[in-house]
Ligand binder design. Sequence first.
Ligand SMILES: Nc1ncnc2c1ncn2[C@@H]1O[C@H](COP(=O)(O)OP(=O)(O)OP(=O)(O)O)[C@@H](O)[C@H]1O
Ligand SMILES: [Mg+2]
Length: 323
Amino acid sequence: MLHLNGLGKRFGEQWILRDLNMQVDEGECVALLGTSGCGKSTALRLIAGLDRQDEGSIELDGEPLDSIPAERRRIAMVFQSYALFPHLSVRENLNLGLKIRGVSPAQRQQRIETVLDTVRLREMADRRPQQLSGGQRQRVALARALLRDPRVYLLDEPMSNLDAQLRDDLRPELRQLILQGTQPVLYVTHDQQEAMALANRIAVLKDGRIEQIGTPEELYKTPASQFVASFIGRPQINLLPVDKQLTIGIRPEDVGFDPEGMPCRLISREWQGASQLLLLDSPRGALRMLCAGDLSLSEPLHVSWLTSAEHRFDAGSGHRLAE
Ligand SMILES: Nc1ncnc2c1ncn2[C@@H]1O[C@H](COP(=O)(O)OP(=O)(O)OP(=O)(O)O)[C@@H](O)[C@H]1O
Ligand SMILES: [Mg+2]
């Protein structure tokens, strides 16, 4: 398993990562989730050995990695950009790494054919990267990572360059690939939906520190802060200020119609098929509400929610308050 102990990295005076502690077990996929520039790629580069940390240590199966150079760490990284050689065909791109590592030609051929089937690119194997769609290129990059037979997979937004449709198509395939292996997988993304769908656990990064780490369900049900509450779950949670000390979080799906509830005015309505997202003007401020798509609405609308569905946060620090 992969162990990060108090990892820290700075560029000049600026700390980009601070006190990163995390463990990724065998066969586990942990998503590193955070906004652009929060240090996700930097963390992966440290683990891959492409950069050197200023604090802390990295261990793989109990063995410190810090003195091992990048090429000997047996870590496969799929980069945000695909980093394919444009003048080589898919097959040649895949062949190169194996050749460099001294794998015999017969073995190379066999492993490449197998992996081409896995990522379903056999028909495209003689094309060059520019003759492939974004999703197909992404799969070549994944195939190359699979061929490395690594001890750890580091995937840096491997679907960031795909449109929504392709991402939806590729997600189950990727999940399959991840579940098949016994290696730890660290999966970087800024997309909460992707993290929820693929990871056993999610670490939410904020300003270079882990804000919370837990299963998707834990993060959704008991977010440790307003930041995590807003990041996890769509449509976004409502944050309603109560007073100077207290902010209440209530998820749009927890708001319901109730003749005894608050009277609200309908500001806008987004039809999503099975559901509709309503934006309401309530006595407590703007309120997002999710309800069934086929419901016909007549104003005034009256809504309420169960106290047990409320998330309570300290208005100053944003931290979750004890139940
Ligand atoms: N070599 C460098 N020198 C100085 N600053 C850097 C360097 N590399 C990265 N940074 C800064 O470190 C911060 C974290 O960068 P990083 O690439 O890890 O972010 P990220 O979370 O991967 O973002 P994104 O989602 O946009 O890929 C950014 O503010 C970036 O500008
Ligand atoms: Mg990045």
